[in-house]
Design a protein around this ligand. Structure first.
Ligand SMILES: Nc1ncnc2c1ncn2[C@@H]1O[C@H](COP(=O)(O)OP(=O)(O)OP(=O)(O)O)[C@@H](O)[C@H]1O
Ligand SMILES: [Mg+2]
Length: 234
């Protein structure tokens, strides 16, 4: 579904992403984990057409997407929930959700999609008239995930949904990602939190200093603690 081949990203002379290849199949949840500055968000920006790779290709459903602007990707079925959430803080929960559905071919589907989000995160239904910027970090992250789902994607990328959240909220986000397995959706979950990624992902890629250093199932990764120690210990 998503195929990244030999991706290289440079910022001037600085090599941020060094020959990265990875793929995600339909209905798969794949984790991409790595420490601060490993190049995770740079890969997301290349997928979203926000940085131009120096080399390599990014294909979604067999189509090269490095020149497709972010807003057009949702029409192809790809939704990106960026690092830092990308919400409209002055708007209400429900208004934010509707912004995520602006490109729907069938506007009458909005209600169903909104109900789906409210089922995943009942707190958002209770708070649907609240101004997004006044909610807790965890609630805002739940909203960001929901806005991503409102475009009715087949594929969702979440860039560090656990960032800055309390352990109990991270656990809740993990449970919701698990629940998403029923949604006929593939997910690329970008995380520094290896534990969260390991609980939800089918496969994990470990990125360090721009390179994929390891790739296997979470079970195999757990049996290799030295990998985590080498590449993820802060
Ligand atoms: N616009 C830019 N100009 C120059 N260097 C950049 C730019 N954006 C990112 N970098 C550098 O590229 C490297 C990778 O950054 P990136 O944001 O992709 O990391 P990350 O893995 O997402 O980190 P984090 O977990 O902190 O979000 C870092 O060293 C960063 O300083
Ligand atoms: Mg990042």
């Amino acid at each position: 579904m998503l195929d990244i081949k030999n991706l290289v990203i440079r910022y001037g002379p600085f090599l941020a992403v060094d020959d990265v290849s990875l793929h995600v199949k339909p209905n798969e949840i794949v984790g991409l984990i790595g420490p601060n500055g490993a190049g995770k968000s740079s890969i997301v920006r290349a997928i979203g057409g926000l940085v131009r790779p120096s080399q390599g290709e990014v294909k979604f459903l067999d189509r090269t997407i490095t020149d497709v602007p972010s807003h057009a990707l949702i029409q192809l079925g790809l939704s990106i929930v960026p690092e830092g959430r990308g919400l409209f803080p002055q708007m209400s929960v429900e208004e934010n959700l509707l912004m995520g559905a602006y490109s729907l071919a069938l506007p009458e589907r909005r209600r169903d999609l909104m109900d789906r989000c409210y089922q995943l995160f009942p707190i958002l239904k209770d708070r649907r008239h609240q101004i997004a910027g006044t909610m807790s970090g965890g609630q805002q992250q739940m909203l960001a995930v929901s806005v991503g789902l409102m475009g009715d994607p087949k594929f969702c990328i979440f860039d560090e949904p656990s960032l800055g959240l309390a352990p109990i909220v991270i656990q809740q986000i993990g449970e919701t990602l698990q629940a998403m397995r029923k949604l006929d959706l593939a997910v690329l979950l970008i995380e520094q939190n290896a534990k969260l990624a390991s609980t939800v992902a089918d496969r994990i890629y470990v990125l360090s200093a721009g390179r994929i250093e390891y790739h296997d199932t979470p079970a195999k990764l757990a049996a290799n603690p030295e990998v985590l120690e080498k590449f993820l210990s802060a």
